[in-house]
Design a protein around this ligand. Structure first.
Ligand code: PGA
Length: 245
C-alpha cells in the first residue's frame, strides 16, 4: 500500500517562510515509499509548483469547484488546479462541510469533476463528538463514503479519516479508535469496489504522537494541519511514517 503524508496549511503560512519550508522538506529524503503532498492556499500554488516541480513533493489544492467553468465568482476549477501544477486535491474537509455548508451531494460532484480532470482526490470523512458519543461513527462514515462515491468510479482515490473532534484540538484519536475506524472504512471501500485506497488519519497529528499513530493497523499516512506549518515538525511526522512501513 502507498504511504502518504500531506500538509494542509489551511488559511495559514509557515512563519519560517514558504521558501525556507519547501527547501527544508525537500532537502530531507522522505524515506522509501513515503509520498509527500503539500496543500497551500490557492494564491501560492503556482509559485510552489515551480519549486517542487519534478522533485519529491506533490502539490494539492485545498478545495475545488464542482463546475468546469462559468459564472462562479471565487471558485477554482479542477482544470485550473491542473494548469498550475496540482496533481491532488483535498475534497470534503470537515471545515468545508461545517463552515461552508458543503453537503455530501456537492462533495460527490466535486470528486467527480476533480477525477475527470485527472486530479487525485483526498476525500475527508469523520464524525463529530456527538456522533461518536451515540455510537454511530461507523454508520456515519459509511454514509459519507456511499454518498461521495456512489455514482461514478473515482481514480487514484485517497481517503482521510479525520474525526472532527480531533481536528485542531490537540486531542488525537487513540490507536484503538483509529484502528476500529480504519478497519471499518477499508471494509466499506472494498464493498464499494475500492481495493487499494490509502486511508490516512488526520486530527492533531504531532511529532510526539506520530510514531504510535503511524504504527496503528490500517493507517497509510497522515493529513496534517497545524504541525505541518513548521518544517521540522512535519519532517518528524514523515519520518515516523517511513519508520512504520
Ligand atoms: P490538525 O488538522 O492537524 O491541525 O488537527 C488536520 C486537518 O484538518 O486536516
Amino acid at each position: 500500500m502507498r504511504s502518504i503524508v500531506a500538509a494542509n496549511w489551511k488559511m495559514n503560512l509557515p512563519e519560517e517562510g514558504i521558501d525556507e519550508w519547501i527547501e527544508a522538506v525537500l532537502r530531507q529524503p522522505a524515506g522509501d515509499g513515503v509520498e509527500v503532498v503539500i496543500a497551500p492556499p490557492f494564491p501560492y500554488l503556482a509559485a510552489i509548483a515551480g519549486d517542487v516541480g519534478g522533485r519529491s513533493m506533490r502539490l494539492a489544492g485545498q478545495n475545488v469547484s464542482a463546475h468546469e467553468s462559468g459564472a462562479f465568482t471565487g471558485e477554482v476549477s479542477p482544470a485550473m488546479l491542473r494548469d498550475v501544477g496540482c496533481t491532488d486535491v483535498i475534497v470534503g474537509h470537515s471545515e468545508r462541510r461545517q463552515l461552508f455548508s458543503e453537503t455530501d451531494d456537492l462533495i460527490s460532484r466535486k470528486l467527480e469533476s476533480a477525477s475527470k480532470a485527472g486530479l487525485s482526490p483526498i476525500l475527508c470523512i469523520g464524525e463529530t463528538r456527538e456522533i461518536r458519543s451515540t455510537g454511530k461513527t461507523v454508520e456515519h462514515v459509511d454514509s459519507q463514503l456511499k454518498m461521495a462515491l456512489g455514482s461514478t468510479e473515482i481514480d487514484d482515490l485517497v481517503v482521510a479519516y479525520e474525526p472532527v473532534w480531533a481536528i485542531g484540538t490537540g486531542e488525537n484519536a487513540t490507536t484503538l479508535q483509529v484502528e476500529d475506524a480504519h478497519g471499518a472504512i477499508r471494509k466499506i471501500l472494498r464493498d464499494l469496489g475500492y481495493d487499494e485506497v490509502p486511508v490516512l488519519y488526520g486530527g492533531s497529528v504531532k511529532p510526539h504522537n506520530a510514531a504510535e499513530l503511524a504504527a496503528a493497523e490500517g493507517v497509510d499516512g497522515f493529513l496534517v494541519g497545524g504541525a505541518s506549518l513548521v518544517s521540522a515538525a512535519f519532517l518528524e511526522i514523515i519520518a515516523a511514517v517511513a519508520d512504520a512501513r
